[in-house]
Design a protein around this ligand. Sequence first.
Ligand code: SAH
Length: 342
Amino acid sequence: MNYLDLTTEERQAAIAGLGERPFREKQIRRWIISGAESFAEMTDLSAALRAKLTESFSFERAKVELTQRSADGTKKFLLAFPDGQKAEAVFMKYSYGNTLCISTQVGCNMRCAFCASGIGGKIRDLKAWEMLDEYLVCRKAAGEDINHIVLMGMGEPFDNYSQVSAFLNDIHDPKGVGLSFRNITLSTCGLVPYIQRFAEEFPQANLAVSLHAATQEEREKIMPVAKAYPLSELIPACRQHAEATGRRITFEYALIRGKNDSQQHCDKLASLLRGMNCHVNLIPLNPVAESGFSTVSRDAAHRFAQSLENAGIPCTVRRQLGADIDAACGQLRKNALAQKRL
Ligand code: SAH
């Protein structure tokens, strides 16, 4: 049994079973959130306890299985967890610092029409320690510090809220990594009830919402989640989040040729968001073969951005990092799986 896979209660029971006092669990947890790779390293535990733990449990962390390096400094890591499941994390260099894009699930159930992560559905949720391992293992493999994280990899973070929130508290813990909540951004496809909860529990963290369409009819066509949580509920929840936290919300809008990229689409988007403390991140679609959608030129993206700015909505066109590697969400894992099948 992998000690890392146990819940806090199970760890406490296991420690009591070894005849040890309860505070040992906290001591071991501190080593885990600091990246220890074995019980043997936990030098504030007695040698006898370290030996008992090693005998009773395995201590297996995530490993980097594949690395792709882009000429622009982006590094994409395929991580393997002890049960053999895989997820990807991407290291990116920005002017404000190094950022890691973290996956929260293996696969995804949201089935957005343009996204590679949802092909095949969700395999399983990632545990808090596995998300922390994405950070620790990639920081080591990148050989550089990482001071921002974005939960924009594979998976829907609000579909795995309890583990995601435990992870955020772990990575924030000053006894471990000590990452500031202000340097954390969570991206959701719009699971409305969690938006308010996230504002209450993590008021200093940043929220990004994947919008991709400005009308209910068009959003439903590309994002099935819109049927459960329509724009008429999503937008007020976003306004409330921005007001409650005083933080600027980011809206992600992937530009898909012929679907959401016209002047009318731009006008609708501007009127939907008018008056909100927000920012739009325009992403020229990363084409995924299975989706049948095509992308827009960077010039077209900049024209869309200019009109949106003229309408009073701050926006940027996302810099395309890692274009020479499998950059779109879920593609590295998907392509690695496909190659294995051949
Ligand atoms: N489930 C969360 C986070 C993961 S996806 C969410 O939906 O926000 C991170 C972002 O990449 C989302 O905005 C998602 O819609 C977008 N995305 C997914 N596939 C894409 C593609 N092929 N091209 C451009 N953006 C894509």
